[in-house]
Design a protein around this ligand. Structure first.
Ligand SMILES: Nc1ncnc2c1ncn2[C@@H]1O[C@H](COP(=O)(O)OP(=O)(O)OP(=O)(O)O)[C@@H](O)[C@H]1O
Ligand SMILES: [Mg+2]
Length: 469
């Protein structure tokens, strides 16, 4: 479907004002042409009336005076008094025969009207039409007096008037457009501030507020904007707070569950295995038939212990303090590669010095990596997942940052297309460390998660690091 090009509002309004003004000016021109024609016709009508009266007088004289005037009709007397360039007067009998006609010559036209104007003017006004007045003798019409201006003269008159008017109206139209554009540019200047404010909000800078404006409409927008930003800021702060608490609760719960499983379930399994070994020992001597069952019990307990160990690793990150972040992440990747039997293939790339990051940061990074890898397996259907963790200086303030990137080559779904806790939790973990997170379609397809966390020098990050620790 045809749509209007995306023009600046000022240009669009100026164009509309220009079009409306041009229509008004065209109406003015039409009125002027109409007035010229009407005035000429009224004058012709007056001349026709004078001519008719004169002719009636001549007819009366012919009838009553014994020595009649030279002839009838005699239009010279009227012509002498009323003639103007291009005017014709005539007498037409009741049979339609023109008995006498006198036309005054017109000076050669200095400027001929364009042919297009002449034909439009002729079509609209019929400039050569004559004004008529009946000539009567003894209450009987004997003929009629005619008066008209030649079409060339009428058209030239109209064109002269129009060509005087057009430059004035053209200049007025131009001035009007320029002034309207300037006035609108001035009135709409605050919209730039509104747009900048909206862009800041879109970039998650919720501290953006608009200053007061003079225009009532813009002031209403400003009030609504500021209220919205206040509301959004409060809602997001509450959501962040809630999410942080949930993360803390989840971590606590996982730790608690892991401890319970390890201390209760793990001990019980170890006891079952020890018991099975002891029963087997006795059975080998007294009842060899049940030795097989004892072995099965011991094997089942061993398998359950292995499963429990895997669950414990997922529930509680390995002791990063002892192992270090690099080894923990490598273990995580190796675990996924083992579980998935090589499809998808998980790769890891770590820069030097990763183990020097504070424990609190390391635990969050580990949890983020864990969720990102799970998502890649769960949602992307990827064949290759890459995890990169790098340390480097932050451009601008020279402080050190840690950048975690997890990319896959699977199907990219828009973040938030389905609500889950994973992305939200990752973002909150990053924010709680004073960092930021982005999740978008990767340049080579698939999805790319990127988290940048400042490690030192920025007061926000120091606080975050201390808080995390
Ligand atoms: N690597 C990825 N590839 C494709 N889509 C993804 C990826 N990661 C996340 N998504 C999309 O983002 C949505 C939200 O992810 P999120 O981790 O927040 O929730 P979830 O995994 O569905 O549930 P939860 O993590 O709470 O168990 C997912 O449902 C999915 O559509
Ligand atoms: Mg998830």
């Amino acid at each position: 479907m045809w749509t209007l090009p995306r023009w600046d509002l000022k240009y669009r309004l100026t164009l509309r004002i220009g079009l409306v003004s041009a229509l008004c000016f065209a109406a003015i021109c039409a009125y002027v042409l109409f007035d010229i024609d009407h005035t000429a016709h009224v004058r012709n009508q007056r001349i026709a009336e004078i001519t008719a009266r004169t002719l009636q007088l001549q007819q009366n004289k012919l009838h009553w005076v014994n020595s009649p005037p030279a002839g009838f009709p005699e239009l010279d007397a009227v012509a002498a008094a009323a003639m103007v360039p291009g005017l014709c007067i005539a007498y037409r009998t009741i049979d339609g025969a023109v008995q006498q006609r006198i036309c005054s010559g017109a000076e050669a036209l200095a400027e001929h009207p364009p042919a297009a104007f002449a034909s439009v003017y002729a079509w609209l006004f019929d400039p050569s039409r004559a004004a008529t007045q009946p000539v009567q003798f003894r209450d009987r019409q004997t003929g009629e007096a005619l008066a008209w201006l030649t079409a060339d003269v009428m058209t030239a008159d109209a064109w002269r008037e129009l060509s005087r008017l057009l430059p004035v109206l053209g200049t007025a139209l131009l001035l009007l457009c320029v002034l309207a554009h300037a006035a609108m540019a001035r009135a709409l200047r605050p919209t730039r501030l509104i747009r900048a404010g909206l862009e800041r909000i879109a970039a998650r800078d919720l501290s953006a507020r608009l200053p007061p404006f003079d225009l009532a409409e813009l002031s209403a927008i400003r009030d609504a904007f500021n209220q919205l930003a206040d509301g959004l800021q409060t809602a997001l702060a509450e959501r962040s707070d809630l999410t942080r608490r949930l993360i803390a609760l989840e971590d606590d719960e996982r730790r608690h569950l892991a401890r319970e499983l390890h201390d209760e379930f793990g001990q019980s399994l170890a006891a079952i295995r020890a018991l099975a070994a002891s029963v087997r020992h006795s059975a080998a001597r007294d009842c060899p038939d049940v030795v097989g069952e004892c072995d099965t019990i011991a094997l089942t307990a061993t398998r359950m212990m292995e499963t429990l160990r895997g669950t414990l690793v997922r529930l509680r990150p390995p002791d990063i303090d002892e192992l270090g972040l690099a080894a923990s992440l490598e273990g995580l990747i190796a675990g996924w590669n083992r579980r998935q039997h090589g499809l998808p293939r998980f790769e890891i790339r770590l820069s030097d010095g990763i183990d020097r990051v504070p424990d609190g940061v390391a635990t969050h990074i580990y949890r983020i990596a864990q969720e990102a890898l799970t998502n890649a397996v769960k949602h992307a259907g990827a064949t290759r997942v890459q995890l990169q963790l790098a340390l480097g200086p932050t451009p601008g303030h020279g402080a050190s940052t840690m950048t975690l990137e997890v990319g896959d080559d699977g199907t990219a779904n828009e973040a938030g297309s389905r609500s889950g806790f994973g992305l939200l939790g990752m973002r909150e973990r990053a924010l709680s460390l004073g960092g930021e997170m982005s999740f978008a379609a990767g340049a080579q397809g698939g999805s790319q998660l990127r988290i940048v966390i400042p490690l030192v020098a920025s007061p926000q990050s120091e606080t975050a690091t201390e808080r995390a620790a």
